[in-house]
Design a protein around this ligand. Sequence first.
Ligand SMILES: Cc1ncc(COP(=O)(O)O)c(C=O)c1O
Length: 465
Amino acid sequence: MAMDGGPLSNMQTRDVEALLHPYTNAVAHRRVGPHVIERGEGVHVYDEHGNRFIEGMAGLWCAGLGFGDAELIEAAREQLGRLPYYHLFGGRSFEPAVELAEKLKDLAPAPMSKVFYQSSGSEANESQIKMAWYYNNARGKTVKKKIVSRQKGYHGVSIFSASLTGLPYNHKDFDLPVSDRVKHVGCPHHWRFAEPGESERDFAARLAAELDAFIEAEGPDTVAAFIAEPVMGAGGVIVPPEGYFEAVMPVLEKHDVLMIDDEVICGFGRTGNWFGATTLGMRPTSISVAKQLTGAYVPLSAVMINGEMAEAIEANSGKIGVFGHGFTYGGHPLGCAVAVKTLEIYERRDIVGQVRAKTPLFQELLRSFADHPLVGEARGIGLMGALELSPDKKTAAAFAEPGKVGPKLAQELLARGVILRAIGDSVAACPPMIITEDEIREMFAPMEEALDATLAWAKAEGRMG
Ligand SMILES: Cc1ncc(COP(=O)(O)O)c(C=O)c1O
């Protein structure tokens, strides 16, 4: 997801100056090399020079329990000692994989029957699509294969998951989308895309009507699934308008279109419920989880499918002889053991309750910057949010050259000890869920000054229009 780091910033070398193209001062701190983070403790990380930063993004929306949790480290150590590796092929399993599957089914926001493991969110969504196609073949709906996604949705970067992603820089010059089975519909961002005077509910109803018309035009017998994050994360923390899933769900159900719920960011408390589906009113037929599933200490992802899908897939595999899909490291014992411990901690420490308790302060401080002349919109839900910068907040205008002012703000914050993430000209916050109220204040403390510095720079550069 090279979104805020400049060209090639994800490719590693110490000789970065030779590798990087010349680029704008928006990411000037990287000119001297990658920013090497050495260790973490609670919600803070320390770089190789001993500088301390508050990690306001929980890494990549994932380190929900922060850094250095002794219980998670011990769970990993124990599992490595007992069974460092085994697989889940050919009917084999191991206790943490079974225990985790049962726990996930208990917690799921809709009845789920089977759990299938991978290592990453992208792989989870690849598995989702393969299972949707396999399921429809199994039930004789052999042309029901199109997958509807949304502009600005983010579902990963492997070839098909990147095709589902609705962000231009994940497609451009990668020859994506790879297939005309992928279709994108409108982004549910009220501030940017609603008609003048259109209420959130009217906007939601319009998007649902457009989806209905789209499925009708494509032919409902050709549309397999709709994939959506409850709240779009990497698209810029876009909370759908009031009534959005309430309006969308009946459209999907009418056309027998699966609802793939991508909970890779929203899952496990982030929005103030165990799953974003509960907060936003989705009725998923299958669910992708990753990231906070293990507190990000070990890579692990999972797909949960409902009983109807599981039965059809099982019967079809019986006919074929095998379910021909799975990864060597899918459901790695280390990941499963750490996930079991993570979920136990979430319950024992009432992480969902903690998120709810800290949401008002987090959202109040975030929204307190809405009046700053550089801020177009302050938005969020639970412990995630974003400030979208704009040269003209009245018209919700975008900058003439997008993706420069947001990174500048992230850089100004970094210089003041706060790591947030620039997504185009939005800056997102998604701190570890264990953050305290004092640490929330610490995270937002330099924002006003950083916004002022960014505004002064943007004016000097002639970027304010
Ligand atoms: C909603 C969502 N889905 C899928 C993914 C892809 O996960 P990964 O980077 O583990 O492949 C992400 C990553 O940020 C995500 O936010």
